[in-house]
Every structure is written in structure tokens, then in C-alpha cells.
Design a protein around this ligand. Structure first.
Ligand SMILES: NC(=O)c1ccc[n+]([C@@H]2O[C@H](COP(=O)([O-])OP(=O)(O)OC[C@H]3O[C@@H](n4cnc5c(N)ncnc54)[C@H](O)[C@@H]3O)[C@@H](O)[C@H]2O)c1
Length: 273
């Protein structure tokens, strides 16, 4: 398999490290990174990531990635990368796993990506990421209206550098504080780096306008906790995930990295789950 990865941050580096552990190397690994990251990436690919693939290439733009003839692309970079590279890759017929799902809260970008996929035959794949139960929610969504309420709880440090700093004193919190209530579209707009789960649930179930979101800072939370309730005529589901935070980024749940790994392995597997 020839795999393309966009990004060289926490998720991308962790994914590549897991791929290097086996069981078998990829035929080829192409990484699209920022120009200033090229040397550090080259060094990693030559040393501890050398077992990830039989060959590798580093590229810094969409044309370079397209030239690598990948079978699957995994985006682990951010909203700007989805915007910059997604449409052309889909239009070229490539399947793209998008981790920065919150980018699709921009209706214009979602429309552009859908049109590019239809035109070129590529598929935009949304992995469950940090949340579970998305399969059931998407199944309920095919039966019509579904009511979805999501609550995302992280430690105060994970909300630094976001508008939460103005809504609540993150340094002195001694219990859970709900600092945002609104739709999934609003959550993604105001908390783009933290609203991927809300966006994933919105795409799977009731849409961005009808998915209700609460964001919470809690010094006592056991990890990044994602909870949602969904009610439809077919079923009522309640999901609570207690994720461990990834070592490299307090905002990212470690399970997200393995969710992306699963998408890659599913491409190589005889039985797909
Ligand atoms: N779906 C989910 O459940 C979920 C969970 C956690 C994180 N995420 C998202 O995954 C993405 C990556 O997370 P992370 O923890 O690895 O972040 P990170 O900040 O550690 O790494 C992102 C990397 O991508 C690079 N980058 C940004 N824009 C780029 C571009 N246009 N081209 C090439 N490289 C670019 C950055 O320089 C950085 O090295 C973020 O958007 C995050 O919000 C999704």
C-alpha cells in the first residue's frame, strides 16, 4: 500500500511510529509537511521511522503529493490543510481520511469537498476519531430525524488559547464548568481545534444546526471525556468515552491516533471492521 500523510504533528508522528512497529511495512509512505519541517521529518524517516515503509518521500504541496500515486491519503494537519489539499485530492480520485473534521462545519468547504468527490470519484472518509458509537448514530440517521446532545469535557489546560479563557478562569477552577452551549456549527467555529467530535457526530446524525453541544472544563476529569445521547424512533443510545490524553498534545485523545491507524489497516485487511 502507498500511503500519503498530510501533517507532521502529534497525530501524524504517532501514526508513523505505529506503522513502523509493523506488522509489515507500507510499500511507500509520502508525507506532505511544511517546508520548515522537512529536515526534522527526513531525520525521523531515516532513523526511528525507517521501518514504516519500503520507500518514502517528503513533499510540500498538493502537486507533489498527487505525483506520489498514493492509494490512500490521511490528513492529520488542520483545517487549513483540508481546505488547501482536500478538493484537489478528491477530484483526482483519491480517498482521503480527514481527521480535522471540524473543517466541514464551514458549509462552503463541505460543499466544495462533496462536489470534488463526486466529480473525481475519491471518497472523504470521516474516522470515528476520539468518539465511539458513530456507526450506530449514522445507522439511526438513515431512518430520519435523530436528536443528538453531546458534551465534551477536558482539563482546563486543554482549553488554553481558546475563547474558554474569557468565559471561565481556567487557573482557579475547582469543579466542572460548562463554558459553551450551542450548535455543532457554532462549536466548530469558536473552538476549531476541539470541535472535531461535535462535527463527527453532526455529520453522522442530525447535522451541524441540530446537534446540541456543551463544552466543559473540569480539573478532575479522568481524561478527555466525550458523552452523547441520541434518540430516534429506532433506538435510544447513550455513549460515554473516557479517553486518555495523547502524550504529545493535551487536546488530542490517544484513541484518535489508533482510529486513524484502523482506517489504514482496514485498507490492507481481508476482514473489515
Ligand atoms: N477527529 C478527531 O477526533 C480528532 C481528535 C484530535 C485531533 N484532531 C485534529 O487532528 C489534527 C491534527 O492534530 P495533532 O494533534 O496532530 O495537531 P498538531 O498541532 O500536533 O499537528 C498538526 C501539524 O500539521 C501541520 N500543518 C498544519 N497545516 C498544514 C498544512 N496546510 N500543510 C502541511 N502541514 C500542516 C502543523 O505544522 C503541525 O505540524 C487537528 O486538526 C486536530 O484538531 C481530530
Amino acid at each position: 500500500m502507498r500511503l500519503g500523510v498530510i501533517g507532521f504533528g502529534n497525530i501524524a508522528r504517532s501514526l508513523m511510529a505505529l506503522l513502523a512497529e509493523g506488522p509489515a511495512p507500507l510499500a511507500h509512505l509520502a508525507v506532505l509537511c511544511k517546508p520548515e519541517q522537512r529536515d526534522a521529518l527526513q531525520n525521523r524517516l531515516d532513523t526511528d521511522l525507517a521501518d514504516a515503509a519500503q520507500s518514502h518521500a517528503i513533499v510540500t504541496d498538493t502537486a507533489g503529493l498527487l505525483a506520489e500515486r498514493c492509494d490512500l491519503i490521511v490528513e492529520c494537519a488542520g483545517h487549513s490543510a483540508v481546505r488547501a489539499h482536500g478538493p484537489a485530492l478528491l477530484e483526482a480520485g483519491l480517498d482521503v481520511v480527514v481527521v480535522s473534521v471540524g473543517a466541514l462545519a464551514d458549509q462552503t468547504l463541505e460543499d466544495t469537498l462533496r462536489a470534488a468527490a463526486r466529480k473525481g470519484g475519491g471518497r472523504l472518509i470521516v474516522p470515528p476519531g476520539a468518539v465511539g458509537g458513530v456507526d450506530m448514530l449514522a445507522a439511526l440517521g438513515t431512518a430520519g430525524a435523530v436528536d443528538v446532545r453531546y458534551r465534551g469535557t477536558k482539563r482546563p489546560a486543554a482549553w488554553r488559547g481558546t475563547p474558554a479563557e474569557k468565559a471561565v478562569d481556567l487557573d482557579t477552577l475547582d469543579g466542572p464548568s460548562v463554558f459553551f452551549s450551542g450548535t455543532a456549527r457554532e462549536a466548530a467555529a469558536h473552538y476549531p481545534k476541539n470541535a472535531n467530535v461535535a462535527a463527527t457526530l453532526a455529520l453522522a446524525g442530525a447535522g451541524f444546526e441540530k446537534t446540541q453541544v456543551e463544552l466543559v472544563a473540569d480539573p478532575e476529569t479522568p481524561g478527555n471525556v466525550h458523552q452523547f445521547e441520541a434518540v430516534s424512533p429506532l433506538a435510544r443510545i447513550s455513549v460515554r468515552i473516557e479517553n486518555q490524553v495523547s502524550g504529545g498534545n493535551a487536546r488530542t485523545s490517544a484513541a484518535t491516533i489508533h482510529s486513524v491507524l484502523r482506517e489504514v489497516r482496514n485498507r490492507q485487511a481481508a476482514v473489515v471492521l
